[in-house]
Design a protein around this ligand. Structure first.
Ligand code: SF4
Ligand code: SF4
Length: 120
């Protein structure tokens, strides 16, 4: 079964993705490529494409609500790692639900998660 996030991607095109510059390759060679970010303030950068009224992260590939992937999944920054998909770990996720609603996608429910853990 496909991971529900691979059929969604809404949160990658709904919020500003801001994080400390030390998560980029300017500090950490295994971090997010700095050229995919832009300065936000003295300590933070944001993913290109997300600091605007109609955000879509530069790293997002595919069609929202159909089939998507993160082009830099292993290097994704902390806000992306921290945003839980609703009910993946047995709890609701207001951010996930708001993002999906903005794209007309129904909220995830516990039934979207099989007993066997899925890999993204
Ligand atoms: S966390 Fe939620 S909004 Fe983000 S991709 Fe997964 S299902 Fe979609
Ligand atoms: S870095 Fe990847 S997971 Fe994070 S917002 Fe961009 S596309 Fe989504």
């Amino acid at each position: 079964m496909q991971h529900p996030c691979q059929r969604c991607g809404a949160c990658c095109a709904r919020f500003r993705v801001a994080f400390h510059w030390s998560e980029t390759t300017d500090f950490d060679p295994s971090g997010m490529p700095v050229e995919l970010t832009e300065p936000l303030d003295a300590h933070r950068v944001s993913m290109r494409g997300t600091n605007c009224r109609t955000p879509r992260c530069i790293g997002l590939l595919g069609t929202i609500g159909a089939e998507v992937s993160c082009g830099h999944y292993l290097q994704r920054p902390s806000p992306c790692r921290d945003l839980a998909a609703a009910w993946e770990h047995g709890e609701p996720s207001p951010q996930c639900e708001r993002a999906r609603a903005a794209y007309g996608l129904a909220p995830l429910t516990p039934a979207d998660w099989p007993a066997v853990h899925m890999e993204r």
